[in-house]
Design a protein around this ligand. Structure first.
Ligand SMILES: Cc1cc2nc3c(=O)[nH]c(=O)nc-3n(C[C@H](O)[C@H](O)[C@H](O)COP(=O)(O)OP(=O)(O)OC[C@H]3O[C@@H](n4cnc5c(N)ncnc54)[C@H](O)[C@@H]3O)c2cc1C
Length: 482
């Protein structure tokens, strides 16, 4: 690592890497990722990327409308317009870079997911995210202007005249690196919950860093709970993609009866929030939390070819999805709110940008339409890079001295993160529990104050605990005061 770059990107998922790739070769970019590049929410994406690639069978108006309907019309209309109109060219760019989306002959295979009224989701089997990451990692590694540092945890961001200092912890050593521009691309907040589909890295670091710098955080309680995570023990729950319902799978209650018709006329293809709520209400009606997703009526060979990852995972857990219904239950999945940004991904802090899941562009409204988030990561990642390149032409020098910090202190009390997660699971899971949220807010605020006020050793665990408490506090404050 050098002392100074033109741009620091915190995060190397689809949003961070695609932003990096969109800088000209004379812009020096540092991408810091706190773990190996492959460990992120992007790598876990199964279903695909939504985009209007065939204007004979689909239209921007239709994708726009589906997105607004799913978002409960709380979306930012101008951001949705940008997403649907510019998205197709970014998806084509991914194809040019080598993304191998599934095809029949020359035609891309488009699939359907809940809330979409057209088949518009391109995918690579059921491992689309891994494929996008493969292509992006290969592309950025060829760029001499992009330096990637893995296992590099950004602990602090300090504003200085004309830019920022980022304090990075790598292999037990702290480095302070400067840049006139910073893009936060740190992904989701799933680990603030006990059960989530998100990867280990999703501890809301970018949201907490931006919050501390005075950025506006918007709608952080717009958390998406996916209706069909594999019901298994353990924190990280395996997702049974919406595409399985798109291909006709039906939901069954504990008596193995279909029930969605009681809650919504779109039945299994209703948007995620509707299906998740229906499962919780049905569980209250029957007094039983066992639910199943059944695709056994489809041809076994088709199932294995179309959903190889899901088939293999479930088989490993003892469920042959070609013969048995899959046990499922809702869990935390995605963050619609986040660091509020404009159409160029600018936050209200000068020179600070946010892209991908940590940002709030407003495209998702109250509920994300399936497969719109990888698209958002691409479109607004590119827009951030383009905007910085326009501004950077008239840029002055970075001034001020690097921050000086003492990194020593007491160890993080055992169980801090678990306590935060349990509070969140009780207070705000699918249907909020206001009493638990009020009690939880008091507890979380105490934890947050303790972690910020007393002198703890600066470690990854400490920073993540502080960030989780900050994020939980913002969510619960919104829930309580909404
Ligand atoms: C199981 C699952 C399935 C999904 N399926 C789909 C789908 O089919 N279609 C779709 O559109 N979306 C899907 N999503 C959502 C989508 O994958 C994510 O919203 C999107 O990939 C987020 O990309 P990102 O680049 O913003 O974040 P991520 O890909 O999570 O990347 C975050 C990066 O930030 C780094 N980072 C975080 N904190 C720090 C720090 N303090 N210092 C340094 N680095 C840091 C991480 O190491 C990582 O590199 C799915 C999500 C999950 C979990």
């Amino acid at each position: 690592m050098r002392d100074k770059y033109d741009v620091i990107i915190v995060g190397g998922g689809v949003a961070g890497l695609y932003a990096a790739l969109n800088f000209d070769s004379n812009v020096n970019v540092l991408v810091a990722a706190k773990r190996e590049l492959s460990l992120c929410n992007s790598s876990l994406a199964q279903g695909g990327v939504a985009a209007v690639l065939d204007t004979e069978t689909d239209s921007f108006e239709c994708h726009y409308k589906d997105t607004m309907v799913a978002g409960g019309y709380e979306n930012r209309p101008e951001a949705v317009k940008v997403l649907v109109e510019e998205g197709p060219s970014d998806v084509r760019k991914m194809i040019e870079l080598g993304a191998r989306f599934d095809k029949s002959g020359d035609q891309l295979n488009m699939t359907l997911e809940g809330g979409h009224s057209r088949r518009r989701i391109v995918h690579y089997k059921d491992a689309t995210g891994q494929e996008l990451m493969r292509v992006l990692i290969e592309a950025v590694r060829q760029k001499e202007n992009i330096e990637i540092v893995e296992n590099a945890f950004v602990c602090f961001l300090d504003e200085t005249q004309g830019g920022f200092y980022a304090t990075i912890l790598k292999d037990g050593v702290f480095s302070v690196v400067a840049a006139p521009y910073v893009i936060l691309a740190t992904g989701g907040i799933g680990r603030v919950y006990k059960y989530t589909t998100n990867s280990k890295i999703a501890t809301g670091d970018g949201v907490a860093l931006a919050y501390e710098l005075g950025a506006k955080i918007k709608n952080l309680h717009y958390v998406q709970f996916h209706p069909t995570a594999f019901a298994e023990p353990g924190r990280e729950r395996f997702l049974i993609s919406e595409a399985v319902r798109g291909e006709g799978a039906v939901l069954l209650n504990s008596d193995k009866e279909r029930f969605m018709h009681r809650y919504d006329e779109r039945e299994e293809l209703a948007p995620r929030d509707v299906v998740s709520k229906a499962i919780i209400l049905e569980s209250r009606r029957t007094g039983n939390e066992r639910f199943y997703l059944d695709i056994t009526f489809r041809n076994p060979e088709y199932i294995k070819k179309r959903f190889p990852t899901i088939y293999a995972h479930c088989l490993n857990e003892g469920v042959d999805i070609t013969k048995q219904p899959i046990p499922v239950f809702p869990c935390q999945h995605y963050l619609m709110g986040g660091i509020d940004v404009d159409l160029n991904a600018r936050t209200r802090v000068d020179r600070l940008y946010a892209v991908g899941e940590c940002s709030h562009t407003g495209v998702h409204g109250k509920n994300r339409l399936a497969s719109n988030s990888l698209l958002e990561a691409l479109v607004f990642g590119r827009r951030a890079a383009q905007d910085i390149m326009i501004r950077a032409r008239s840029d002055g020098n970075l001034a001020g001295s690097p921050p000086v910090r003492d990194y020593d202190g007491a160890p993080l009390p055992v169980g801090t993160r678990t306590t935060v997660r349990e509070i969140m699971q009780r207070a705000y899971f699918v249907l909020p529990d206001l009493d638990a949220a009020e009690r939880g807010l008091v507890q979380v605020s105490e934890i947050e104050n303790r972690l910020k006020r007393y002198k703890f050793a600066i470690t990854v665990d400490y920073c993540e605990a502080k960030n989780l408490a900050t994020v939980a506090g913002i969510i619960l404050r919104e829930v309580v005061h909404h």
